[in-house]
Design a protein around this ligand. Structure first.
Ligand code: MRU
Length: 338
């Protein structure tokens, strides 16, 4: 019987369950996403979130679906899953991998989905080690959104690097951007930092400039949802602002991601499809703590889930396959798959 365990996703035979990330940290509640419909609901509301986890869970759900449904229906389901969130390319990577084994049948699909899951765990460890190599004793690092175990099958991307640095005995401090509108930093990263025993301080997104001006930030380290052929990358909205600020203050800015986040078919950042979300997410907040709306109910809203950071603002791209500078990116070294 298949058994897989990650911080926010578990598989036991035919049962696929997720930890609802919209309820954290107030409630730790697990729900089923064993059907495409349940998975789509969970992903749309960000109960399942984070680029690698979205892809891995989709692969498992599609493999599970294939056990009980005719092969003629698989492609349509894969297309539906693929369209659920457009920006993070890990979803496309995992579904491409599943579609490539349609002809091998349902058993192979389950096996392949489990391989992707176990691979992600190994990729996390590799990039976390490489990211930790860039962190010095006493570093104070600013991060955005949530890039930890909750968002992957392993230790995470940028947060993975913090975890390894902590294990190595580096005395780091992490500044956690709260990450409006959905507060992945304030709710999830602050919780994971405490869990890992990493010294941290929560800040509002609007405090980043003054934090840097006060000389409190040595490095910025974030994750990514899609890295283009030219090195531009999409990540949670607010990341670009940090890159501009880091550049202004002369602070190194690192992006940490697995090769599954690199999209050789997207030439540049302006080609990345950016998800637009429900205006009510900006008019107020909702979660385990209840719903509060402070803006007028009909206030016009712009709510992109991600923004694009141009390659020119990135000091280094930390992948499982290596640490790349701008010259290596220009040579396309980040596109080479392991
Ligand atoms: O909308 P989300 O919460 O899925 O956005 C997540 C991010 O932007 C992360 O930084 C990204 O997925 C990389 S980390 C695993």
């Amino acid at each position: 019987m298949l058994e897989l365990n990650a911080r926010s996703l578990r598989v036991q035979g035919e049962r696929i369950v997720y930890l609802d990330q919209t309820l954290l940290p107030q409630q730790e509640a697990w729900f089923s996403c064993s059907t495409p419909e349940l998975w789509q609901d969970a992903v749309r509301k960000l109960a399942i979130r984070g680029a690698p986890l979205i892809g891995l869970s989709a692969a498992l759900v599609l493999a599970q679906y294939a056990q009980h449904h005719a092969p003629e229906t698989w492609q349509a389901v894969s297309d539906r899953l693929r369209a659920t969130r457009p920006t993070a390319v890990n979803l496309m990577y995992c579904l491409d991998a599943m579609e490539a084994c349609f002809s091998a049948g349902p058993s192979r699909m389950i096996e392949r989905a489990a391989e992707l899951f176990m691979e992600d765990r190994a990729l996390c460890q590799r990039m976390a080690e490489r990211g930790a190599d860039l962190l010095a004793e006493g570093d104070r690092i600013l991060t955005h959104c949530n890039t930890g175990a909750l968002a992957t099958a392993g230790v995470g991307t940028a947060i993975g690097a913090f975890a390894v640095a902590q294990q190595r005995g580096r005395n780091i401090t992490v500044y956690v951007d709260e990450t409006r509108p959905l507060l992945q930093g304030g709710r999830l990263t602050a919780w994971e930092m405490a869990d890992l025993g990493i010294r941290h301080q929560l800040v509002c997104d609007s405090m980043a400039a003054s934090l840097m001006a006060a000389g409190k930030v040595d490095k910025v380290m974030v994750g990514a949802d899609r890295i283009c052929a030219n090195g531009d990358f999409a990540n949670k909205v607010g990341t670009y602002m940090l890159a501009v600020l880091a550049h202004h203050h002369g602070i190194p800015f690192y992006v940490v991601a697995p090769y599954t986040t690199v999209d050789p078919n997207t030439a540049r950042g302006s080609d990345i499809p950016i998800e637009q979300r429900d205006p009510n997410e900006v008019r107020g907040v909702a979660g385990a703590f209840g719903a509060v709306q402070w803006a007028p109910a009909d206030a016009p809203v712009w709510n992109p889930a991600f923004d694009v950071t141009p390659a020119s603002l990135v000091s280094a791209w930390v992948l499982d396959t290596g640490v790349f500078d701008a010259a290596a990116i220009a040579r396309g070294e980040h596109i080479v798959r392991p």
